[in-house]
Design a protein around this ligand. Sequence first.
Ligand code: NAD
Length: 255
Amino acid sequence: MGNAVVTGSGSGIGAAIRERLESEGFEVIGIDLKGAELIADLSGPEGRADAVREALERCGGRLDRLVTCAGLGSNVRPASLVASVNYFGSVEVLDGLFPALQKGQDPAAVAIVSNSAQMAPLDDTPFVAAMLDGNEPEARRIIDEMDSPIVAYLGSKHALGRAVRRRVRSWGDARVRLNGVAPGPVWTPLLEATRDDPATRKEIENIDIPIGRFGQPEDIAAFVSFLLGPEATWMHGSVLFLDGGNDAEIRPDRY
Ligand code: NAD
């Protein structure tokens, strides 16, 4: 069928996406801290550069599908680590593998964002601006000073959605589709850890999803598969919510 790179393939949503793509016949190169073809730490520039270089070697410089899913939850400290993995760990892999995607067959990529990215007024914060400017030391400095993994999580996902949208022309000109998927609460080790953290426990326990259940990793994998596939070839530059109605209930008048 073709080949694909999936970051965060060792657990949760990334593992389900990996399984789904494999079931469709893709040869998947997983990138993760463990349990993947390519073991890499996406929290720093060197680990990301190694991951990109090795992925390019493994795919022979030609890639059909890419999903950046590796991420940390709002329970992780220091806050700067969350920003580094969730924003820079995604954007640098997207940009690093873009040349290979340009040589792929009907190439497409998806970045896994979060529906929480729009739930706080973060548009003009210096933290988000530093990430979008590619200034990782400054972003890390600001967020560690705030000492808020929750803002680090929301802000990094907010910036990532904007990074997807900002690439719409350059990627479109190259005929490489790029979209974001913004899941709501999905039962994975990340969500379980957030629920088990006293700082966020109540918030998670109080979530009431309109459609009546939390998401499962397979819900996200099925939609990502659609977005990457032949039925979605006019879908480009969008950030799509997939959350059982969670965002619509919280922000009914914004979309
Ligand atoms: P998960 O913890 O099950 O999986 C995350 C994966 O990312 C793990 O395999 C982990 O090892 C990997 N990872 C973390 N840090 C890394 C690093 N430095 N280098 C390489 N790999 C690293 O979590 P999940 O819930 O499946 O999350 C996947 C993505 O979905 C994340 O980006 C998360 O923010 C996003 N998301 C999750 C939810 C949810 O409710 N679960 C909701 C919205 C968005």
